[in-house]
Design a protein around this ligand. Structure first.
Ligand code: 5GP
Length: 181
């Protein structure tokens, strides 16, 4: 029946790097690409990082029951499409949801079979360095992300597993161990 993995962690902790490394190492693993109404960042590709939608279209999909969950984060909508998740699980593969804590807490009761993982930074200083070093956000947005990161880390105990992202390969190995049949 496949495995569902919910992966959360503060902005800048390295969720994308970990997921990319894991999907490259194991073709059974696929990230469920979220839909969002925010503008793409420079390096982002539509259909790969997110599917970018106009707000009207997003809200139409909400009406149609397209999302497992959706949330407004900062000024934008983000949602997890049900169809993609069900396809991956139907293929007996590993579906990875990269969602924020709010979203994860709403999915957990719906999907008690999910393996839930919270990715932690090696230290607060390292997280700040990574968020600032990313250099894609305005100072105001950086401040918001730092504030939200601290709030999110305080909720890591809701997850079955907390993994410190010191070394990407080591994190991927732990994720493999957690999803072995
Ligand atoms: P970003 O704009 O940095 O890509 O993402 C902002 C926040 O939205 C992150 O915390 C990210 O995990 C969260 N997010 C991305 N996709 C989804 C989703 O489908 N559902 C929910 N609830 N949060 C999401």
């Amino acid at each position: 029946m496949g495995r569902l993995v919910i992966l959360s962690g503060p902005s800048g902790v390295g969720k994308d790097t970990v997921i990319d490394a894991w999907t490259q190492a194991d073709p059974r693993v696929e990230r469920v690409v979220a839909r969002t109404t925010r503008e793409p960042r420079d390096h982002e590709v539509n259909g790969v990082d997110y599917v970018f939608l106009k707000p009207e279209h997003f809200l139409e999909l909400v009406e149609q029951g397209f999302f497992l969950e959706y949330k407004k984060v900062f000024e934008n909508y983000y949602g997890t499409p049900l169809v993609d998740m069900e396809r991956i699980l139907g293929e007996d593969r590993v579906a990875v949801l990269k969602i924020d804590v709010q979203g994860a807490l709403s999915v957990m009761p719906l999907r008690p079979d999910a393996v839930t993982v919270f990715l932690l930074p090696p230290s607060d200083e390292e997280l700040e360095r990574r968020i600032i070093g990313r250099n894609t956000d305005t100072p105001e947005s950086i401040a918001k992300r730092l504030g939200k990161a601290k709030d999110e880390i305080a909720q890591a105990h809701h997850y079955q597993h907390q993994i410190v992202n010191e070394d990407v390969e080591a994190v991927v190995q732990k994720l493999k161990d957690l999803t072995i049949e």
